[in-house]
Every structure is written in C-alpha cells, then in structure tokens.
Design a protein around this ligand. Sequence first.
Ligand code: TRP
Length: 457
Amino acid sequence: MSKRISIHGQWSSRLMFILAATGAAIGLGNIWKFPYLAGENGGGAFVLVYLLCLALIGIPIMMAEVLIGRRGRQSPVNTLHSLSVEAGASGSWRLVGWAGMLAGLVILSYYSVIAGWTLAYLMRMLSGTFVRVTAEGSGSIFAQLVTDPERLLAWHTIFMVMTIKVVSRGVTNGLEKAAKILMPMLFFLVLVLVAYATRNGDFAQAFNYLFYTDFSKLTPTGVLTAMGHAFFTLSLGMGAMLVYGSYLPSGVSIAQTSILVGLLDTLVALLGGLATFSIVFANGLAAGEGPGLIFQTLPIAFGQMPGGMFFGALFFLLLVFAAWTSAIVLIEPLVAWLIENREMERIRAAIWTGMVAWLLGIVTILSFSHWSFSFHFGGVLKRHGLFDVLDIVTSSIILPLGGLCMALFAGWVMARDSVVDELGGLAGVGFKLWYFIIRFITPAAMLLIFLRAIGVL
Ligand code: TRP
C-alpha cells in the first residue's frame, strides 16, 4: 500500500515533533501531582517503580499510538477506521477514536478552568498580593477565587481563546510554532526556578523527600499509582499522541523519539518537584497534597522569600505554558475530524470546538460554588460535584480503556508487517521485546489501572 499523506500538514522536523509531544505530555500533572505522589509512596522507591512503569507501559503505549497515527495519517476516528478495514477487522474500532475525541473535549472544559486559576495567580503574584501573606490569608484568597463564578469565567474565557487561537492556525503555524516558542521557555523557567530554589530553598530536604528510598512505604496501591501516573503523564489513551503521530514525517524513529519524550517529561516532573519542595520546606510549611500545595501553600512560601513575587510569577508562568501546550492537543483530534469529514475550515472547526468546551466549562466553574456536592468514589471522598464526575469519567474510565484498546489495536489487529514497517529503526530483539510488551503486558496493566480507578482493586 502506498504511504498516506496528512491533509493537515506535518512537523517540519524530528525536533519539532519532540517539542510538540513533550508539550502535550508536560502539564499541570507534572508539577504538582508527581512530586506529591512520590513523597507519599516512599520517595525513591516510588520513583524507581515509576521509571519501570514508564519503560514497560508508558513508552510502549506511546509508541503504539504514534505508529497507529503515522500509519493512518488522519484524525484518530478515521485512522482507526481505515487501518481496521485494511486489516480485515471491524470498522467499529473507530469508536475508540470517538471516545477519545469526546474525552478530549470534556477534559479541555475543566482543564481550561484550572488553567484559568494559574493565570489568575500569575496576576496576583505580579501585583504583590502574597507579600508576607499568612496561611489563613492565602487560604481565603484561594477560596474567594474558586467560589466567584464570574471571575473564573473571565479567566476560563481568556485561556480558551488562547487555545483556540493556536489550534486555528494549523499544524505548522499554530501547534508547531507554539511548541517552538513555549517549550524552550518552559525548560528555561524550570532551570531558573531550580537555581532559585537551590540558593534560597531547602534543597537537601526536598531531595531527601523525593529520593530517599524506603521500600517499606511502597504498597501494592503505590505500585498501581505509579502505573497509572506513568500512563497519565504521557497524555495517552485519548488519541493525543495518535494525532501528533499522524503529522510525524516518515523516517523518524518512533522508538527513539518516544523514549526522549518520556525522559524529558520525567526530568521536568523531578526538577519541578525539587524546586517546589525546596521552597515549601525552607519556609517550614507542610508538603500537603493536590491543588492545595500549589495554590495555597506555595504562595505563602514565595511571600516570605527574597524576590518571591517575581519568582512566584515565573512559577505560575511555567504552569500557564505547561497547561497551554497540553490544552491545544485536547481538541486537535476533533478539529482534524471536522476538517476531514465536515469539510469545515480549520478556523471554524477550532472556534466551534472551543465554544462547546467553553460552555461545558461552566459546569466545572459552578461545581466550586452553587452546584457543589460531595460523593464517594473508589473509596475516596470527592468534594467538587460535577467537576469530579467529569474528571472520573474521562481520566479514570475512558483514558485507561482507550490505552487498552490502542495496545490491542497495535498488538493484535494491525498486521505485524505494517507495525514492523512503521517502527523501522527498531529491529531484532528490541522489536520482539516491544511486541511482547504491547500484546501481553500493557493490556494487563491497563486493565489493572482501570479496575483500580473504579475502586474494584
Ligand atoms: N499529561 C498531562 C499532565 O501531566 C495531563 C493529560 C492527560 C493530558 N491526558 C491528556 C493532556 C491528554 C493533554 C491531552 O498534566
């Protein structure tokens, strides 16, 4: 079969793909979620297990998604359809693409609200709101923000416009340009913050917190958490990497680039964690967890430090960049599909898609105030009503099932020859190992992650 060409264009080089895919992978999850998960689950022991999961689950699934995308060269729905028909399998595999496309839309709806918080905090840092703030003061600034729907709506709108703007300009002038400009700045900001933290923070304690290896603190739950995070942090399971793979020039090694993206993502998570905890510990504050660490504890720490407002602003700028380069890929599959199947112009497709996500975001905004309610799920108390429902349905249910399907598709549905052809550079033992992992290990792991997420395990 002759090679397909994407009607949307392609990355102008291997480096551009690496930057774009790293941008998709590095998100809000890297800066706060990974460090506190590590701290809670035995530090270095968790980091080791996480690295193992990255090698055994994350990177192999990423390779599968990218190769499916490059083979099909269309939006996830059409790629999965064409490739399954080509392989003599049921065209229903395209439903995996549909699920991912809708999940992306829903995730963007709340991702944009949270990204709006980071924009709001960037402004607050710049205006000196947190100078010598007390714990109560910081808590109430946060509470005031999240229970003010109009303010949240304004920030959510700004972030959505930023996202639509990039996507509407297409692969080369939009997605690639954003990655080319924002990713080097993001890496630079991480380094600046680490340097600031080593000078002004308690680097030794942070290092100890993240890397002191205590296997007795590592539980089976911790292992499952590491597995789930290795998958989540690479933005897998919804067709994000698939659609980025569909713009990858042929001849670029999928194995090498995927490994590099996995390593860069981990590097930023570790450096971000070191900087955050150094600053938090230097001010005698508790490591805490979740959004509270970044939006409540960290501002108190910055408020007490020399140059704190400036470096605090840089920290939130880093988060804005991380969120922005992830948000754009959340709607790219749907936008690509609208262009392919509805013959829509890209700019219209991006505006429509963004508007739907924007409207849906109002549900999340109201979850923190007027529509708030709590419930139990998987043995955990969820406090933010519909926001938590949307988050659970997408990241705990659809994404792991999507990852399972991608692994099965590359491992069992596609002809072995097509897979070998796409993986090109990966020969001999390397290929055999990957093929075994993708056929047997990752499907089992995805099932475990799914069962854990819904509270069965
Ligand atoms: N990886 C992102 C983070 O670390 C979160 C994420 C998960 C994501 N799935 C995604 C981002 C899909 C974009 C697309 O924060």
